[in-house]
Design a protein around this ligand. Structure first.
Ligand code: BG6
Length: 488
């Protein structure tokens, strides 16, 4: 096979999110965010797919808030906030030319009064200057699952339209203050998660059996769409070179059989859980299939004419997405709708991780083709990687994560095939993650994704030392060879 290389100026790097790696949860005037109240469960069953790990009910939230005996790993993360100089040097040594990270809203605006915390601004400037010194470009996400607690407690997050102006104010501060550090911005991380988990996705609480549950979830997404579109407007006013991207969790799914009803179920699933978000963000309008779905599900959204204009006028410049795994859908005969879906079935051709995520590098190439030729906007893969419970081998002073090398190699090769064979315009790839950090769904430190190992366990114990895994050494060679190493 031809040895394809990365295109000119390709952004190759790693990704992370403030709440999962910064730690220092009350340092320099930061206030609490929703992640700071997510407890780790030492009795966790990693394959329990019935547990909604990203949702939190009102009762669970009150319990978490009032409990002092619980373990809250997001509060300490890996202390990147204080160890950034060392970490950015490590990033350089594993070959990253780009780093996708996020800013903590609760650091910049600690209270609902909107007053800016300049101590945090100055600290982020130090971090970003340090990235520059190491020749690392930045892609900055404005909000990655870490809504300030004041937004939740005083407004109930994005369920409330007022959160739009709160977000736009925060975005304006960030876009102006950090203008010199990047042109590449992302609004909300994995905006499509909001329709599954209002707490993590949009920072609000509701009762588990709320009869209006679906309507509330879609309302919150609508408010996020508007906030993001207004941020596109703002970003261009501040600097015409700014590019604002959306971010979705891209799920590649296959029909369980060649029976047309399974294909239809798969198509409807993809429209509702995937395409609809891109259609609004990239095309600027709600497609008919989702409006009809709202009607059939008694979801009544308040979409004004002004909203429609905003969405149409301020679409995103590029599409970013995370991609980890794929799954299978089948027609559900029991369903009340004529296209009911049984989702999350296993694919016999694929292997899975200990958390049941099915590894599918070819699926990435399919997703890239679907996205690019549907929306004709440049793509950036901003998360892709494998979570494994792994230990540093102290006797031999090594972590031989050959499974990660193989995972990344196959995904990167498929990405290059999508670019060079299929003609997809993809401008960057940042692996999840550059460095071990706390898992978002299971809150475990031991679900490790990094090229760099961090000696901290699920209870926050350990030296905190950083060491380069074999995958980190390999990634550096891939980067230095501009991709040639992938084909060996
Ligand atoms: C993505 C999120 O969904 O997946 C990250 O944007 C998250 O925040 C990543 O960490 C991996 O998921 P997890 O649950 O294994 O950490």
């Amino acid at each position: 096979m031809k040895k394809y290389k990365f295109p000119n100026n390709f952004m190759l790097g790693g990704a992370a999110a403030a709440s999962q790696y910064e730690g220092a949860y009350l340092q320099d005037g930061k206030s609490m965010c929703i992640a700071d109240y997510k407890p780790y469960n030492p009795k966790l069953n990693r394959k329990d797919s019935n547990v909604n790990w990203l949702e939190m009910t009102k009762q669970q939230y009150e319990e978490a808030k009032n409990s002092s005996g619980k373990i809250f790993p997001f509060r300490w993360g890996i202390d990147f906030y204080n160890r950034y100089e060392e970490d950015l040097e490590y990033f350089k040594s594993v070959g990253l030319n780009t780093f996708r990270t996020s800013i903590a809203w609760s650091r910049i605006i600690p209270k609902s009064d909107g007053v800016v915390n300049y101590v945090a601004i100055e600290h982020y400037k130090k971090i970003f200057n340090c990235a520059k010194k190491n020749n690392i470009r930045l892609v900055i996400t404005l909000c990655h699952y870490d809504y300030p607690i004041w937004l939740l407690e005083e407004f109930n997050g994005f369920l409330n339209k007022k959160s739009i102006e709160k977000f736009v104010h925060y975005a304006e501060v960030v876009l102006r203050e950090f203008d010199e550090f990047t042109d590449y911005w992302i609004g909300f991380n994995e905006i499509n998660l909001t329709t599954h988990a209002g707490f993590t996705g949009a920072g609000f609480l509701m009762d588990e059996k709320d009869p209006k549950r679906l309507e509330k979830l879609y309302t919150a997404v609508h408010n996020q769409f508007i906030a993001q579109a207004l941020t596109v407007k703002l970003a261009k006013e501040i600097n015409p070179n700014n590019k604002l991207g959306s971010m979705n969790a891209a799920s590649q799914t296959y029909p369980s059989t060649s029976n047309p009803v399974d294909s239809l179920a798969n198509l409807k699933f993809t429209q509702i859980h995937n395409w609809y978000f891109y259609d609004v963000i990239a095309n600027g309008e709600y497609p008919n299939y989702i409006l009809n779905y709202f009607r059939d599900m008694n979801i009544d959204l308040d979409i004004t004419n002004e909203d429609k204009e905003i969405l149409k006028k301020y679409t995103v410049d590029y599409l970013t997405f995370s991609y980890y795994a794929s799954s299978v859908n089948a027609f559900d005969k029991e369903s009340k709708m004529n296209y009911g879906v049984k989702h999350g079935l296993k694919n016999k051709y694929l292997k899975e991780t200990a958390w049941g995520w099915q590894i599918d590098p070819v699926g990435l190439r399919i997703v890239m083709n679907d996205l690019f030729f549907k929306y004709k906007k440049p793509l950036m893969i901003v998360e892709n990687g494998i979570g494994v419970d792994e230990k540093w081998d102290l006797d031999n002073n090594i972590l031989n994560d050959d499974y990660r090398i193989s995972y990344l190699k196959e995904h990167l090769k498929n990405m290059l095939l999508a670019i060079h064979v299929d003609g997809v315009d993809c401008i960057g790839y940042t692996t999840w993650t550059a460095i071990d950090l706390v898992s978002m769904s299971s809150k475990e430190m031991s679900k490790r994704y990094g090229l760099i190992y961090v000696d901290i366990d699920d209870f926050g114990k350990g030296s905190g030392d950083r060491r380069i895994k074999e995958s980190g050494k390999w990634f550096n060679e891939v980067s230095l060879s501009n991709g040639k190493k992938l084909w060996e």
